[in-house]
Design a protein around this ligand. Sequence first.
Ligand code: AHM
Ligand code: MG
Length: 336
Amino acid sequence: HSADAQRTDLMTITRFVLNEQSKHPESRGDFTILLNHIVLGCKFVCSSVNKAGLAKLIGLAGETNIQGEEQKKLDVLSNEVFIKALVSSGRTCILVSEEDEDAIIVEPSKRGKYCVVFDPLDGSSNIDCGVSIGTIFGIYTLADIHEPTIKDVLRPGKKMVAAGYCMYGSSCTLVLSTGAGVNGFTLDPSLGEFILTHPGIKIPNKGKIYSVNEGNAKHWDGPTTAYVEKCKFPEDGSSPKSLRYIGSMVADVHRTLLYGGIFLYPGDKKNPNGKLRVLYEVFPMSFLVEQAGGQSFTGKERALDLIPTKLHERSPVFLGSYDDVEEIKALYAAEA
Ligand code: AHM
Ligand code: MG
């Protein structure tokens, strides 16, 4: 029973999801199969991201790669990997990827009931300097059996049945919610398995960090400007918040989930809808944050209530600790 005894009873992500499913007698294991394919995609991308750093260094040292051919860009490669993994699961019917203009309708012989929206490699501008990047995904189900159309994914985020992300950082961490809390799993590279390392993630009610691209401050609206000013010069006697901004949503949201605080990508005069995409960035992250006890707001409404009208729609987002988001909501309410 000693604390440092080597653990021999490992809760892998598959075992965890199977356990969850056994609570639902009607379940036939389809979700486990789908998730296993997503996990495979994450492991592949993790390995490619790690190797990319190496390939680059070797390239810089003046050697060409063995075939002498140009390496496929990582975001393109990741997109292919996920599409192939999702289609071959036999459990999906429609896929929406940040990398593809149109939705992918899965061929009839390979169809299942799940609709998956994803950003295969978010934050890809960070690759070349070795900063954390990630994959984000959200999952809907078809309400009944019919020919899938984009209407099946143009639904509010609260209708998702699961959401998650995988962060390719100093370790590879997969954070998942199937609507009953949030759990984090870390890849043990020697086993090739994601092991439960962060059970029941709860976001602190209030945090000491704000996270925003302050270089856009010139174009912000009143409530966002007032909020960030309050973070720096609080008037209630509390200490100013620290600023942390990686510029990689997965990493910024991951820190927010674990340490608390607020992450903002507001709209501004130049981009009234901000930058982040509703379906595969704002929704999955908002789903996770709510499941961890936090909130996510668009400046107008609860983010998960939003009904997207097109696949690559953008929305402002303010997400994180419950009390911190409450403050920004009050500022927007006062303006309205
Ligand atoms: P991408 O999908 O083109 O990678 O852009 C999304 C990324 C997010 O990861 C991050 O939160 C945001 O862009 C950062 O944007 P900015 O550089 O404007 O601060
Ligand atoms: Mg993205």
